[in-house]
Design a protein around this ligand. Structure first.
Ligand code: ATP
Ligand code: MG
Length: 229
């Protein structure tokens, strides 16, 4: 038995577009150890977000498998997939996906509420995380009132507030200045040390990749694709 948290085996993902099927991942293999931080790099369109979505059970592969902590994600039904994401994952999406009608603090408390884990201790942790990402006084603001980088930091805090086993982060420092990006990356490192969180981070930033334990390069595929029929 290894200490791996994730086994990605011969993963293939194609997207139909008109008459062709565009192959994004083709027999892709990857093993990630518990507590490891892996940076996904590669040109735009090479499949970084797609891979994060497959590992996070947001999408299903055409073939191949993702194993998480000994479970083949394909064997989970929709309810189990939802609970898996809610309880075990923290996701920072490339488009952030903050809820515009909720305040910053309400956005942060949402994962806890969904997990029925919203007690006073949880509220304290949410506030502490807001402080750690440098937004101690923005809890009552609405996302549209924040700058891009401030929103990104809220998304970071929201992904971490329930103590996920695995952080899936898509360009988490894309709109941050170097110093603020450093604060966010320090936070990831602290949580990895504190409770062994594993992290997979898609990024174009060399300094983000440098801090990971390992860099995995995705290649942009030729867009020949097979027939969709
Ligand atoms: N839902 C979808 N439907 C059709 N094609 C898709 C879909 N999602 C992604 N693709 C295609 O898959 C390819 C890989 O996209 P993906 O978003 O994974 O790239 P990426 O490496 O994250 O790029 P970037 O660095 O720009 O974020 C792209 O060519 C994209 O057009
Ligand atoms: Mg992407």
């Amino acid at each position: 038995m290894t200490n791996a948290l994730i086994h990605v085996q011969r993963l293939t993902k194609r997207y139909p577009e008109g008459a062709v099927r565009r192959t994004v991942l083709d027999g892709f293999d990857l093993t990630i150890q518990r507590g490891e931080a892996v940076a996904l790099m590669g040109p735009s369109g090479s499949g970084k977000s797609t891979l994060l979505n497959l590992i996070g059970a947001m999408e299903r592969p055409d073939s191949g498998a993702v194993w998480f902590d000994g479970t083949d994600l394909a064997e989970l039904d929709e309810t189990e997939r939802t609970l898996f994401r809610r309880r075990r994952l923290g996701f920072i999406f490339q488009q952030l996906n903050l809820v515009p009608t909720l305040t910053v603090l309400e956005n942060l408390l949402l994962p806890l509420e969904l997990n029925r884990a919203l007690d006073r201790g949880a509220r304290r942790r949410a506030q502490a995380l807001l402080e750690r990402v440098g937004l101690p006084e923005r809890g009552d603001s609405y996302p549209e009132r924040l700058s891009g980088g401030e929103r990104q930091r809220v998304a970071v805090a929201r992904a971490l507030v329930h103590g996920p086993d695995l952080l899936l982060a898509d360009e988490p420092t894309g709109s941050l200045d170097a110093q603020t990006a450093g604060v966010v990356l320090d936070l990831f490192d602290e949580l990895r040390r504190e409770y062994g969180m594993t992290a997979v981070i898609a990024t174009h930033a060399p300094d983000v990749a440098e801090r990971a334990d390992r860099v995995v390069e995705l290649r942009r595929r030729a867009h020949a694709g097979g027939s969709a029929a």
